[in-house]
Design a protein around this ligand. Structure first.
Ligand SMILES: Cc1cc2nc3c(=O)[nH]c(=O)nc-3n(C[C@H](O)[C@H](O)[C@H](O)COP(=O)(O)OP(=O)(O)OC[C@H]3O[C@@H](n4cnc5c(N)ncnc54)[C@H](O)[C@@H]3O)c2cc1C
Length: 380
């Protein structure tokens, strides 16, 4: 055996799993096809929102609360600042399903929050041009994370705790054996007891039977200069998510003291055929959609972006992740399919992956994320 546990992909989830495993004393070996902290898949673009009042469902709140503690733990262990709380504005029509989930999260878990009427919101956050039917909820446990620094911090910590890390090293394929799993890497074969599949957009390469339930999507981010920078600093312009006329987008204060980043939630139209064919050039109609949005909702920003880039993420059919043992092969554990909202959860997901790999079980409520909802147990 080369290690008790192997990890394929040291991006968001794999880095956190490596940290948690090494911290628990497991022997762990991790592989990353690119450099650690690269920006070529799901974690690029400098910032990710952390939020607790959750439009995706109140069942995530206990996970988010533990993730928050683990982010602070990683900060302490690494000495790096990773999560900055700014409050988080959730903007939308209170009658939508997503806003109802936000209210339910607040009620179920007594979350610290404030609700602003449209009139109050216009006074406190004049940067947002609100529609007559919109309201703002302030989530007090919300802010932004530094994704690439987080990944580097977790991998560095894992290494210090004894993990063996191979960067610029792709795992070509794997084979389930009687006593573990063989990982084929170039002309070498590594033997591990269990393996975590944390390959993000490439995960389907290791779980082909799930292909019809997963798709890779391209997501565009754009950075805008404020007309008056003070209005968009961290104090005056918290992170936000917004649903406006059936269209979702989100944004950040000027975390570099300069530009405001805006991203759009994706639709099936952004599907790409393979993660190896991510188009990084931004099309004119994509730019036009951003400009229209800025003109309408955020007129204190210059509408032409100063910087644009594209990233990608793997989505599942129900937009909840796939977390658990492979239905046919116990030593293979999936931690993937985070569908555009996984970064904030990463350390707790790393902990869950580590527990599943080491003990076969976890106390966290991961039933809704079970691989068996797509492929039945024992069917492989
Ligand atoms: C533009 C954008 C904005 C987002 N905004 C937010 C947000 O604000 N808040 C939030 O919580 N979430 C957000 N998300 C979602 C979040 O970033 C993702 O859910 C999360 O990063 C997914 O992590 P992952 O580990 O699955 O994938 P990744 O971080 O991409 O990691 C997968 C890794 O596996 C490696 N790999 C793949 N195949 C192999 C192989 N064969 N051998 C070795 N290595 C391999 C890849 O190179 C990569 O490093 C956003 C996503 C995108 C794309």
């Amino acid at each position: 055996m080369d290690a008790d546990i192997g990890i394929i992909g040291l991006g968001t989830m794999g880095s956190m799993a490596a940290w948690q495993l090494a911290k628990s004393g497991a022997s762990v070996i991790g592989f990353e096809q690119f450099g650690i902290g690269h920006d070529r898949s799901a974690a690029g673009g400098e910032s990710r929102i952390f939020r607790t009042a959750y439009k995706e469902g109140s069942n995530y709140v206990p996970l988010l609360k533990d993730a928050y503690k683990l982010w602070r733990e990683l900060e302490e262990e690494s000495g790096n600042s990773l999560l900055t709380l700014t409050n988080g504005l959730i903007i939308g029509n209170p009658d939508t399903a997503e806003m109802k989930n936000v209210f339910k999260s607040i009620q179920d878990y007594d979350l610290d929050h404030e609700i602003l009427s449209r009139e109050e919101a216009l006074i406190r956050y004049p940067q947002h041009g609100l529609q007559p039917d919109e309201q703002i909820i302030i989530d007090k446990l919300s802010g932004y994370l530094r994704p690439q620094l987080s990944i580097v911090s977790a991998v560095q910590r894992a290494r210090e705790l004894g993990a063996e890390i191979h960067s610029h090293t792709a795992v070509d394929h794997l084979k389930s054996e009687k006593d573990g799993v063989s990982l084929y890497v170039g002309d070498r074969v590594f033997k591990v007891g269990k393996v975590l599949i944390t390959a993000g957009p490439w995960a389907v390469n290791f779980m082909r039977e799930f292909a019809e339930f997963m798709d890779v999507r391209r997501l565009v981010n754009a950075w805008f200069l404020p007309r008056k920078s003070e209005k968009f600093n961290e104090k005056n312009f918290p992170v936000f998510t917004r649903e406006s006329e059936g269209f979702y987008y989100y944004g950040f204060p000027a975390v570099d003291g300069n530009m405001v980043k805006i991203g759009m939630f994706t639709t099936e139209k952004s599907r790409i055929s393979s993660p190896d064919s991510l188009e990084r050039e931004i099309r004119m109609e994509e730019l036009a959609a951003f400009t229209e949005l800025i003109d309408k909702d955020l007129p204190d920003l210059y509408p032409d972006p100063s910087r644009v880039n594209s990233y990608m993420e793997i989505y599942t059919a129900d937009r909840h992740p796939i977390v658990g043992k492979s239905p046919g092969h116990d030593p293979i554990i999936y931690l993937t399919g985070f569908s555009g909202h996984g970064f904030k959860l990463a350390p707790v997901m790393g902990k869950i992956g580590a527990e599943l790999a080491m003990n076969g079980v976890t106390d966290y409520h991961i039933e809704p994320f079970s691989p068996a909802r797509f492929i039945k147990e024992g069917s492989l």
